[in-house]
Design a binder for this molecule. Structure first.
Ligand code: NAP
Length: 451
């Protein structure tokens, strides 16, 4: 499997996929380690996670560079991603005791409580777009709860996968607590069939989610699916347009548009649509699309040529269906221009499918009711945002939007303190916060009666 620098198409490394025998021996080693790891004092696990945070902070420049080379993330964003992983480690280390504490329930019985116990080995199937963050947010809570983890990372970021494994080792985690499997998608079935593998956390496309969920279902394994999104960004006529435009561009262009919770459908009140687009245009024009290693670059290449081809195809179809380009639209290999589009109606492929790249389609609406209907007219339900000076109205709208998270006057973002996940075709289950750590535990009822 080849790792290719998307900026210059140069080959970075070639990895040999693990043999079936090697995969099997890693699964067995993980199961063996689980037997001791699950009984390790929580405080000892917490100390290891704190060390992991320290090592992330100390090595952030080198770790960030691997991401930039493998998938084109600009340096500033890559460093921020590593820092966010460290924050997540610190947050869970500080709250693990509280989150995993037994919950006593008042009943007529002598004693009744709920204990949260580990389950076994969890498989993580992860995407390339946030090569560190996605893995850390799946791994750290699962390991703190006493599980072990196997990582099947996206095939274009195996270098990042190996660095993460090394970080766990360097931080003092026993061998087998966190192990990488360099395998392709087809081998996931072999892993899920193993008795010691109790569940899977998958972040990726709907296609991958549906395939892995079917395998997990067949083998009766738990699953958390974090899939695609097409978040609505609703601008009401009383919104602070400058602030909304700042965040619209930041949210849509972060990671070259390749974020699940990027705003992807922009619904703007017809009274302010032109002014909003002017504000957006001023900002988009200033973005410098170039080498992600350069300090002056604001937006880097898309991660792979096939993904850029797919986006070009969507754009072509969108234009044929009535969209018009206001700015951008051109592409040089993986370097895709930040593109502002006007869509007279939402009946367009660019509003129906997830566009995983720097396309920003703006559509007008005339009433609040219409805006909510347009936002909810999607098979996805990951995030969404509403922009208005009327906070009561914003909150009321937030509660009507069908999504796992809605922000009023703020950028939809993941935060270790708040649960993260989707509804509809965006998946199920939650990561982060207490909800995240409780996904891969046995919620055990214990009752003691007087004899
Ligand atoms: P992807 O192609 O679905 O790949 C994700 C992972 O699944 C990779 O490790 C991939 O392995 C594996 N995979 C793909 N097909 C599989 C199959 N049939 N069976 C088993 N494993 C399979 O997704 P991506 O292109 O890396 O990521 C982009 C997608 O992820 C977007 O839709 C985005 O919205 C979504 N995403 C969602 C979240 C969220 O939290 N909801 C966060 C980030 C990204 P290979 O690389 O070997 O194919």
């Amino acid at each position: 499997m080849k790792s290719i620098n998307p900026y210059n198409q140069q080959s970075l490394a070639e990895y040999e996929a693990f043999s079936d025998w090697k995969v099997q021996s890693i699964i067995v080693a993980s199961a063996k380690t689980y037997r001791t790891w699950k009984t390790t004092e929580l405080n000892d696990r917490v100390l290891l996670v704190k060390q992991l945070a320290a090592n992330l902070r100390q090595q952030k420049t080198a770790l960030a560079e691997m991401m930039t080379l493998e998938m084109g993330k600009i340096q500033k964003e890559a460093i921020a991603e590593i820092e966010k992983c460290a924050w997540l480690c610190e947050y869970y280390a500080d709250h693990a005791f509280e989150f995993l504490a037994a919950r006593h329930v008042q009943t007529e019985m002598f004693k009744s409580y709920v204990a949260y116990q580990p389950l076994g080995t969890v498989l993580a199937v992860m995407p390339w777009n946030f090569p560190f963050w996605q893995v850390f947010r799946a791994a750290v809570p699962a390991l703190l709860a006493g599980n072990t983890m196997l990582l099947k990372h996206a095939s274009n970021v195996f270098g990042s996968a190996l660095l993460i494994e090394q970080l766990f080792m360097d931080s003092g985690f026993p061998k087998g607590v966190f192990s990488v499997l360099l395998i392709g998608a087809k081998k996931v079935e072999q892993v899920l069939k193993a008795d010691s593998v109790v569940g899977v956390a998958l972040t990726g496309s709907e296609f991958a989610g549906a395939s892995v969920a079917a395998l997990a279902g067949k083998n009766i394994k738990r699953q958390v699916l974090e899939l695609g999104g097409s978040d609505a960004f609703i601008v009401m006529d009383d919104a602070d347009l400058a602030k909304a435009a700042d965040v619209a561009v930041a949210s849509r262009m972060l990671n070259a548009g390749q974020s699940c919770i990027a705003s992807k459908r922009f619904f703007v009140h017809e009274k302010v649509q032109e002014s909003f687009m002017d504000e957006v245009l001023k900002r988009i024009q200033k973005l410098k699309l170039d080498n992600p290693l350069s300090e002056n670059t604001n937006i880097g290449p898309m991660a792979r040529m096939d993904l850029a081809d797919e986006l070009s195809e969507q754009l072509k179809k969108g234009l044929a269906q009535g969209a018009s380009v206001v700015y951008g639209g051109e592409r040089d290999r993986c370097l895709f221009e930040p593109t502002l589009l006007y869509l007279p109606t939402a009946d367009n492929i660019l509003a129906k499918e997830e566009t995983f790249g720097p396309l920003m389609p703006v559509m007008p609406f005339s009433t609040e009711k219409e805006a909510i209907q347009m936002a909810n007219n999607s098979r996805f339900g990951l995030g969404g945002s509403v922009w208005t000076r009327d906070l009561k109205k914003g909150e009321a709208m937030a509660l009507q939007i069908e999504a796992g998270a809605v922000f009023v006057n703020g950028m939809v973002r993941s935060d270790p303190r708040l649960p993260f996940g989707g509804i509809k075709d965006s998946g199920y289950g939650r990561e982060l916060s207490q909800e995240g750590i409780l996904e891969f535990v046995n919620t055990k009822t214990v009752v003691v009666e007087r004899n």
